[in-house]
Design a protein around this ligand. Structure first.
Ligand SMILES: [Zn+2]
Ligand SMILES: [Zn+2]
Length: 186
C-alpha cells in the first residue's frame, strides 16, 4: 500500500484476519499460509485449499460474510479455516472428522463450514444523515412491523427492503402489501 491510499474493505478484512490468526492458540505455520478474499462466494463464509506440492494452505475468506457478520462471528470463521490449515500442514488432509471437531471446539470455532446466505431483508434508516443498516435472515418483528421500532443508531424511522426483489416498506401494512404483491417470488 502506498502513501495516501485508502484501505479497501478487502485490505481491512485480510489485515484483521491475519492479526487474529497470530493470537489463535494452534500450531499453524503462518509462513506457509496464504490469504485471499473471495468477492464472488455466495454460500460459504470461508474455505481452505491445500497445495500439496508447495505445502502451502490458502485460506479464502468471503467479503460478503465480512460485511454481514459481526466481527466475533467472522473471527470464528477464521479460526475454523485455521483448523483446516493446521490439519493440512500436519496430516496432508483435512475434513470435519473427530480430530477437526475436537480442535475446533477448543478454539470456540464452528465445527462445520459456515454456510453463509445473503441477507433476506435489509433494514435502512431513513434519516438523511444516518447510514445505519441491519440485515435479517428471517421476518422478525422489526421486519414485519417497522412502525413499532426505530433506527438502532439515531431513533428515526427506517425502511425494510426485500433484498431479492428490491421492494421496500415502512409499516406492517406495507409489509403485508409487499408480501401479497410478490406472491411466490417472496
Ligand atoms: Zn470447514
Ligand atoms: Zn438512523
Amino acid at each position: 500500500m502506498t502513501d495516501g491510499e485508502t484501505l479497501t474493505i478487502d485490505d481491512e478484512l485480510l489485515a484483521r484476519a491475519r492479526i487474529h490468526a497470530r493470537d489463535v492458540d494452534i500450531a499453524v505455520d503462518l509462513a506457509r499460509v496464504e490469504w485471499e478474499v473471495s468477492t464472488r462466494a455466495r454460500r460459504r463464509a470461508g474455505a481452505c485449499r491445500w497445495d500439496r506440492e508447495r505445502e502451502v494452505a490458502t485460506i479464502v475468506l468471503t467479503r460478503r460474510a465480512y460485511e454481514t457478520y459481526d466481527w466475533e462471528t467472522f473471527a470464528a470463521v477464521v479460526r475454523h479455516e485455521l483448523v483446516h490449515a493446521w490439519e493440512f500442514q500436519q496430516f496432508g488432509e483435512s475434513g470435519h472428522g473427530q480430530r477437526f471437531r475436537t480442535r475446533a471446539g477448543e478454539l470456540d470455532a464452528p465445527r462445520h463450514c459456515e454456510t453463509f446466505a445473503e441477507p433476506r431483508y435489509v433494514i435502512r434508516c431513513l434519516a438523511s444523515d444516518c447510514d445505519w443498516e441491519a440485515h435479517r435472515h428471517r421476518a422478525s418483528g422489526p421486519v414485519k412491523a417497522p412502525d413499532n421500532y426505530c433506527c438502532g443508531e439515531c431513533g428515526s424511522d427506517y425502511e425494510v427492503e426485500h433484498a431479492e426483489s428490491g421492494r421496500t416498506w415502512r409499516s406492517a401494512s406495507g409489509y403485508g402489501g409487499a408480501k401479497a404483491a410478490l406472491e411466490e417470488e417472496w
